[in-house]
Structure formats: C-alpha cells, structure tokens
Ligand binder design. Structure first.
Ligand code: CP
Ligand code: NVA
Length: 312
C-alpha cells in the first residue's frame, strides 16, 4: 500500500483497504514502541502543527509521534502566526509548504484544511475541524479491534450531538469499514441529509447498516456506546440549550441497560464533561478502555505521518 504524499483531510478520501492498512501499521508501531523500538522514518522532516483551537491528545500525539520517528515538530498556536488574520490561508500555505515537509491543522472550517493541502504542496493532516475529526476515528477503530478482534458487523451507537465532527466522522468511517452505526440524538441534532446519503452509499458496499434515531431503544445490541461533549469547541454559547435537549441522552447505567448485553463497552474521544454526556460512574468503569483509546491517538497519528511522509 502506498500512501506517500497523500493528505489526510477526511476518511471520505480513503478506501476501506487504506483505512485497514493504517490500523495495521498503527498496531505494529504500537507493539514496537512497547518493546522500546522507535523508528527513523521521519528523520530530516520538519512538521508544522497549527492549532487554532486547544488540544491535549492531538497535539501531544503529533509531537511524540513525530519525535519518536526522528522528525522535528513545530507548534504554531493561533496567536503565533498570521494565518487568516494578516495573511490569506493560500499565502500561509505556500510559505509553510516551502519550509515544512508536512502540516497538521486544527481549526474551524473544513475549507481551510483543504486550502492548506491544495496550496502547500505537502501532506496536510486534519487534526479536527468543525465538521470532521478523521484522526480520532483511527484511534477509535484500533481500540475496537483490540477489544473485539474485528470491526465488521460490530454495532456502534453514538449518543448525543448527532451533527458534530465526531458523529460525522464516525458515520463516514463506520460505513466504509462495515461497522453497523447508529446515531441516537434528538431530531434537531441529526446530521446533514447529504452526508447520511453519502454514507449510505459507502454502507451499501461494505455491508454496514446506518441508522439515525431519537429513540433510546436503538441502543439494544450495541457492542460499543460512544459519546462526546454536548457543546463542541466554538459553540460554548449553546450550553444551556444543549443541556436541555440532550439530558435524556446521557450515557448512564439506565441507558447501558437498554443494550441488553453484558459485554457492551463505552468509548469517548475526550475531553469528557462528567455528569453531562456521561456519568462519572460509567466513565470510571470503562476508564481503562477510554484511556487506551486516548493512547491510541498517538500510535494512529504516527502511522498516518509515517505512511504519508515517512521513508520506509
Ligand atoms: N480527542 C481529542 O481530539 O482531544 P484533544 O482535543 O485533547 O486533542
Ligand atoms: N466535538 C468535540 C471533539 C473534541 C475532540 C469538539 O469539537 O470540541
């Protein structure tokens, strides 16, 4: 599999085989790291890390992943560079492309990360936008593979804000790899119809089933229940209204009982607001898996950089 020179902007651009290849590479890099073996695949490579929104996991995963492979990461926070303030995205992209070998971007519009890729001429990796968070999905799927030994035909139920970046990206990824995927959310927070339609097309190929519902009964049979914050970064003014409509969708013991399965696991991309989208009790019961998922951000992001930019 050759992904050299490719950007990683959304999983829409990747085939199921490419996604599975990245997961296998991440598992291999994880195993090596546990044995104390790091690589040299990014030796001589300079990597820009642009963050217009805060980050713990994504920033640290790119930094550690890059250094483990012999590269040099440079953090560029929102007040450190001219991007979008005194200089157009296109011009910043052309400058960074002449100095750096790869660029990570976290910010608002998907259009910005697409422009960075188009104008920089180097691989650009999406570290989260308002509509997509594709690197997170690889960590989630690696965790599911570790827990269940497979992805195909698992039932994954995402509960909460059904139109945010996580809901969108999980639906894209699941429909590509054959995971049966349910979004459980109030109707006002359902994803865009056009994205549902696109994912249904992917699902028709992979054999996955996509279901969008506001009825709690749809958690029945879930292998994994997933949630995310009710208010994403940049939407803080929506807090009161979201709490009011999402309260019935909190992941708590009553909701998990509706799976009618003992083996269901809980996942969260983090950061979590305990007492809101998930109870402290549920979170702590599944903490080992949730923090494996957080650790897997590093192995999967490293795999993306190695696959698209590395010399191996
Ligand atoms: N899950 C995730 O993207 O976490 P950060 O916001 O801390 O990067
Ligand atoms: N939906 C969340 C994800 C954080 C990783 C946000 O955008 O803030």
């Amino acid at each position: 599999m050759n992904l050299k020179g490719r950007s990683f902007l959304t999983l829409k651009d990747f085939t199921p085989e490419e996604i599975m290849y990245l997961l296998d590479l991440a598992a291999e890099l994880k195993q090596k790291k546990k044995q104390g073996i790091t690589g040299n695949s990014l030796k001589g490579k300079n990597i820009a890390l642009i963050f217009e929104k805060p980050s713990t996991r994504t920033r640290c995963a790119f930094t550690v992943g890059c250094v483990d492979e012999g590269g040099h990461p440079e953090y560029l926070g929102k007040n450190d560079i001219q991007l979008g303030h005194k200089e157009s995205v296109e011009d910043t992209a052309r400058v960074l492309g002449r100095m750096f070998d790869g660029i990570e971007y976290r910010g608002f519009a998907q259009d910005t990360v697409e422009k960075l890729a188009k104008y920089s001429g180097v691989p650009v990796w999406n570290g989260l936008t308002d509509s997509d968070h594709p690197t997170q999905i690889l960590a989630d799927f690696l965790t599911l593979k570790e827990q269940f030994g497979k992805l195909k035909e698992l039932k994954l139920v995402y509960v909460g804000d059904g139109r945010n970046n996580m809901a969108n990206s999980l639906m894209i990824g699941s429909s590509k790899v054959g995971i049966h995927f349910t979004i459980l959310a109030p109707k006002s927070l359902w994803p865009e119809q056009s994205l549902i339609k696109l994912c249904e097309e992917y699902a028709a190929v992979s054999g996955s089933k996509i279901e969008i519902s506001d009825s709690l009964d749809t958690v029945e049979g879930a292998d994994a229940v997933y949630t995310d914050v009710w208010c994403s970064m940049g939407e803080e003014d929506k807090a009161a209204e979201r709490i009011a409509i999402l309260k019935p969708y909190q992941v708590n013991d009553d909701l998990l009982a509706l799976t009618k399965k003992e083996s269901t696991i809980f996942l969260h991309c983090l950061p979590a607001v305990k007492g809101k989208e998930v109870t402290e009790e549920v979170f702590e019961r599944f903490a080992d898996i949730v923090f494996d998922e957080a650790e897997n951000r590093m192995h999967t992001i490293k795999a993306i950089m190695v696959a698209t930019l590395g010399n191996h």
